[in-house]
Design a binder for this molecule. Structure first.
Ligand code: 5GP
Ligand code: ZN
Length: 125
């Protein structure tokens, strides 16, 4: 993990912060103290959900080695796996974390894509 400390400053211009705050109305598929999940606006498969921390973390490289950040990472993945089963993706699914410009990240608020409902191919584009 990166050495940069995650300051978790809310970003007023961040679209996902606005979704978390309810400023952009969204149907949450999951809400916990730390994370929320909602459908991607431009689904790439029959199921395409985004699981995000409530707090503004720019990307996965901005997490520290603190217990808090480790717990957040664990929660993101655990909640994604639970949600996958709730959404009947028992035959398989894909979790993706695009990071930085070359990683294809377009929204700079950490998020886990949960994608499923069709056969995935490798390598991804
Ligand atoms: P990235 O490319 O950063 O990994 O993924 C960002 C994702 O956020 C994209 O799949 C995009 O479709 C989705 N997205 C962008 N803006 C919105 C929005 O306003 N609402 C929702 N639900 N998804 C969004
Ligand atoms: Zn944000």
């Amino acid at each position: 993990m990166g050495l940069e400390t995650n300051t978790r400053q809310p970003d007023l211009n961040c679209i996902f912060c606005k979704i978390v705050k309810g400023e952009i109305p969204s149907k949450f598929l999951l809400e916990t103290q730390d994370v929320v999940a909602f459908n991607d606006i431009s689904p790439q498969a029959p199921t395409h959900v985004l699981i995000i921390p409530r707090e503004h973390v720019k990307d996965i490289s901005k997490l520290s080695e603190s217990a808090e950040d480790r717990a957040l990472l664990g929660t993101l993945f655990q909640q994604a796996a639970e949600l996958a089963l709730k959404l009947k993706l028992e035959n398989g699914f894909r979790l993706v974390v695009n990071t930085g410009d070359e990683g294809g990240q377009t929204v700079h608020h950490l998020h886990l894509h949960l994608i499923g409902g069709r056969q995935m191919v490798w390598p991804p584009g």
